[in-house]
Design a protein around this ligand. Sequence first.
Ligand SMILES: Nc1ncnc2c1ncn2[C@@H]1O[C@H](COP(=O)(O)OP(=O)(O)O)[C@@H](O)[C@H]1O
Ligand SMILES: [Mg+2]
Length: 209
Amino acid sequence: VQAIGIFSRKGGVGKSTLAIHLSTLMQNDGRTLLIDCDPQGSLGYWEKLRDNDSFGIVGRSLEGLPPVLRAAEESGVRYVLADTPPSLEEPIPAAMKAFDFILVPLRPSALDIAAVAGTVATVKAAGIAFGCVLNMCPPRRGFGAPTAVQEIRDLLAGLGAPVFEAVLCHRVAFQNAVNGGETVTEYDPSGAAAAEIAALWEEIKTRLP
Ligand SMILES: Nc1ncnc2c1ncn2[C@@H]1O[C@H](COP(=O)(O)OP(=O)(O)O)[C@@H](O)[C@H]1O
Ligand SMILES: [Mg+2]
């Protein structure tokens, strides 16, 4: 099993959105267990809206993760993907150590950079491989990345934080799909949002240890 955790001290940056839209792509590549460690319960809520196959999303406190990961390993699960609450307080730093890889979503805004520095420092202290995911980016116009995105890449480089080339733009499809209990891959398979999340998953696979 390869266990991926999504962490950020800040709320509203797209942790749950990322977990939801990655889920069906991961499931296509191997049996995937989704774990919702956020008491807010966004994944469980989304699953209730789904009328096709259910993921059997597991709700667990962060402290309860290690036995769930062991059980996943024993039952031949390929990937685990966990959504977590926005915090840097214990038990977050301890829980990070249970994962093989950590995704840190952020928006291309200076305020998010200020917050992400703490998350990056905590992941580094845990010694886990990680990558930052730029979310809610302005869609590309013409050549090159939008200025805000390039500036944030430079700031993250200054923090010594790896960033995925693939970014998610601000697109209503990410919201509409969730409202209907779907992922963008199901909701609009040929749309831009589906292409973005697919490119991100392909890139994540190249970085998994
Ligand atoms: N790429 C995106 N495009 C449009 N809306 C987004 C995108 N990512 C997240 N959102 C919206 O932003 C809000 C916060 O996202 P959410 O995933 O709940 O963040 P978190 O789990 O980090 O608190 C939600 O309303 C979600 O639908
Ligand atoms: Mg959330």
